[in-house]
Design a protein around this ligand. Structure first.
Ligand SMILES: Nc1ncnc2c1ncn2[C@@H]1O[C@H](COP(=O)(O)OP(=O)(O)OP(=O)(O)O)[C@@H](O)[C@H]1O
Length: 260
């Protein structure tokens, strides 16, 4: 199914002396005005993937939205004003496809909204790569859930942003398509700073340079896990199966600790 999709042009260094790490400090997640977390401190190494795991309802999507600038609260100490807003491509948990636009036009939407020319060759290559070439002219309501998620992934991969935030981007896909599209995303987003929420420890181990676990009430971050090797890792390679078992055990242990 997969064609070779070249990465977009490497992210432009936005200014001399760009940081090697985006540091977030003092970020208190809130829901309905009530705090969900302790003040969080996290580091996002520039050009690398960071995965966030944690139980349902702990605040992972809230963290992503806060970083996307949709609900900022706290300080981004990466030497810039204005946080990450404007530098971010954000793929929400709901696909957010516009129902009146075709799959292709949804993919082209970001460029259109910015008044930029649409890279039609890249769009066609991505649609082919995710297996939606034949559906390019269809509206989203004619697609299955997994197809809609693939269309949303195309829209995200069409964005040429240095920071990419993705909320469970592969959750609706069958296992084989999921592996293919994980590889596609890893290739296409090479050099981008990616923060991905997932419920799948193996997905985190395959794709991430760094894994964060958000847990407890109020939520806090466990010590980051840094798997060896270069993503995307094969799920059967080396000691990944053993690391998967250890990560599951860690998640289980933190869940058993509950809110303490
Ligand atoms: N608009 C809202 N108003 C009030 N509470 C909210 C709102 N949105 C989310 N919450 C609450 O905030 C908490 C964190 O939600 P969030 O979606 O960030 O969790 P999550 O870790 O991403 O969960 P999941 O893995 O199930 O997607 C939940 O308890 C949820 O009920």
């Amino acid at each position: 199914m997969l064609d070779r999709v070249p990465p977009a042009d490497p992210p432009h260094p936005e200014s001399p002396g760009d940081p090697a790490t985006i540091e977030v400090a003092g970020l208190i997640l809130k829901a309905g005005g009530a705090p969900l977390s302790r003040p969080l401190r996290l580091s996002l190494p520039v050009g690398q993937w960071t995965a966030v795991l944690g139980p349902s309802g702990v605040g992972k999507s809230t963290l992503l939205k806060a970083l996307a600038g949709l609900g900022p609260d706290g300080d981004l100490t990466d030497g810039r004003t204005g946080g990450l807003a404007g530098r971010v491509a954000y793929m929400a948990q709901s696909d957010g496809l516009l129902p009146w636009l075709s799959v292709a036009d949804n993919g082209a939407l970001g460029a259109r909204l910015r008044g930029q020319p649409v890279d039609r060759v890249r769009l066609a290559t991505l649609l082919q790569a995710v297996g939606l070439k034949a559906q390019a002219g269809l509206r989203p309501d004619a697609l299955s859930g997994g197809m809609r998620q693939r269309a949303a992934l195309v829209r995200t991969l069409m964005e040429d942003r240095p920071v990419v935030l993705m909320d469970e981007p592969f959750s609706a896909l069958d296992p084989v398509t999921r592996l293919d599209l994980q590889d596609l995303a890893a290739r296409t987003l090479a050099g981008r700073t990616v923060l991905m929420v997932t419920h799948d420890p193996m997905e985190a181990l395959r794709l991430a340079h760094r894994i964060l676990i958000l847990h407890g009430r109020p939520a806090r971050l466990d010590t980051p896990i840094i798997p060896p090797g270069v993503p995307p890792r094969s799920p059967t390679a080396g000691d990944l199966p053993a690391r998967h078992a250890a990560l599951l055990e860690r998640l289980h242990h933190l869940a058993a600790e509950g809110g303490r």
